[in-house]
Ligand binder design. Structure first.
Ligand code: DOR
Length: 434
């Protein structure tokens, strides 16, 4: 019998509007019942998990991870990356296409999603928006959508040409999926390795300006408006890892105008600033870069007021020898799956008074909507039995040497976290026990 009873927990399920003491019955990979404490105590179940004093929430969903398989399995594999996801409380992750080769076809996506890769949690794929992520010719959106794609993105390579981005938004709208854009005008950021500002000046590094992010967001919003008018379609633009006050303001205005634009914020952007680079710490180098305090405050305000829709890690593992180079040569990216919940609870919940229900919404219900999942991101009866059980009051320190990821490139080694995962359950199977 595969049934599991989770008893005496505080169920926080933003999608169903529940924040109350409840018992949860999981059966055959689905949520079978959510009831007042005591009502399910007579039900026979193979496993009973006592969640007294713990939060029971929908499994976390990350719409932006890099799992490096195929092509760079010395950094990460689907098995190791999804194991790290399970430790962090994630039950669904969306793999970016910047693998080698680029995931831009039904065949490559099928290979990634094959059970033989050994994913520990639910793995979804967002294939490339253009062939080879070269920014020119669109991939086959209809075929990819039918094969299970949850959106289209050229990820680290923004779609720069207006005509190509227009075509991508139209083609994605026709199949009812999102275009997820890395907002960076790379014509303005060549040779830059961090945020433009006083720290870059002090370190003698070339800096990426706020405008380089904002210009692409503003251009894409303009395209949405034009497409709505001229094509009668309602495209969905998702802006990845928004890091600046100015881009966030453009998104706020676009939402007020009723456009279908969503965005994500990465934990490092609401936790750290460019100061974390200190003396050329390459584990604090990522793209978009850590910004100024005013930008950090702006992304926190957006997470609080609803302008930002979700938290996504941009988990980007790199080998130690790659990071141990001069700052300008080291690759962009940090790991993030095991620290996302701990940082969200510490910085947003404890530090800024964000209610737990909003944290859970940003990490489960809202990301599910962005990639159009109807059976995940909620503990409603009938949904997939994807659950995270955690102690919201537990304080702990992240030790990167204990990470399940193959890589160690985190700026949060030794950093204080709030909220410890006790169990991660994916489709009714316990995939991690804390
Ligand atoms: O920091 C980053 N790392 N930003 C990106 O856009 C790509 C990613 C990676 O793949 O390493």
């Amino acid at each position: 019998m595969s049934d599991m009873l989770i008893l005496n927990g505080r169920v926080i399920d933003p999608a169903s509007g529940v924040d109350a003491a409840r018992d949860v019955l999981l059966r055959n990979g689905k949520v079978a019942a959510v009831e007042q404490p005591g009502r399910l105590s007579g039900v026979a179940a193979a496993e009973r998990l006592d969640a007294t004093g713990l939060v029971v929430a929908p499994g976390l969903i990350d719409v932006h991870v890099h799992l490096r398989e195929p092509g760079q399995t010395y950094k990460e594999t689907i098995a190791t990356g999804t194991a790290a996801a399970a430790v962090g409380g994630f039950t669904t992750v969306v793999a970016m296409p910047n693998t080698i080769p680029v995931n831009d076809s039904v065949a490559s996506m099928a290979w990634m999603l094959d059970a033989a890769r050994g994913p520990v949690v639910k793995l979804l794929a967002m294939p490339a928006a253009t062939v080879g992520s070269m920014g020119a010719r669109l991939t086959d959106y209809a075929a990819l959508a039918m094969a299970g794609a949850v959106g289209f993105t050229d990820d680290g390579k923004p779609v720069l040409e207006d005509e190509v981005m227009w075509a991508a938004l139209v083609a994605a709208a026709r199949v009812g999926l999102v275009v997820s854009q890395h907002a960076e005008d790379t014509r303005l950021t060549g040779g830059c390795s961090m945020n433009a500002g006083p720290v870059a000046f002090k370190l003698g590094l070339r800096g990426m300006t706020v405008e380089a992010e904002a210009r692409i967001v503003e251009r894409d919003i303009r395209l949405l408006q034009e497409i709505e008018k001229s094509e009668g379609l309602r495209p969905h633009l998702h802006v990845q890892h928004v890091s600046t006050a100015r881009a966030m303001q453009a998104i706020r205005t676009a939402k007020a105008q009723g456009l279908q634009v969503t965005c994500e914020v990465a934990p490092h952007h609401f936790t750290l600033t460019e100061e974390a680079i200190g003396d050329y710490n390459t584990d604090a180098k990522m793209n978009p870069p850590l910004r100024a305090e005013i930008d950090r405050q702006a992304v926190i305000a957006a997470l609080l007021d609803g302008t930002a829709d979700c938290i996504a890690t941009d988990h980007a593992p790199h080998a130690a020898y790659e990071k141990e180079q001069e700052f300008e040569r080291a690759p962009n990216g940090i790991t993030g799956l095991e620290t996302a919940l701990g940082l969200a609870l510490r910085v947003l919940h404890q530090g800024h008074g964000m209610p737990l229900v909003r944290v859970m919404q940003l990490m489960s219900a809202e990301p599910a909507k962005i990639v159009k999942l109807t059976d995940r991101g909620s503990l409603a009866v009938g949904a997939c039995a994807d659950v995270v059980v955690f102690d919201a009051a537990a304080e702990w320190s992240f030790a990167v040497k204990e990470s399940r990821s193959k890589s160690r490139n985190s700026p949060f080694d030794g950093a204080g976290m709030l909220g410890r995962v006790k169990a991660t359950i994916c489709e009714g199977r316990v995939v991690y026990r804390g």
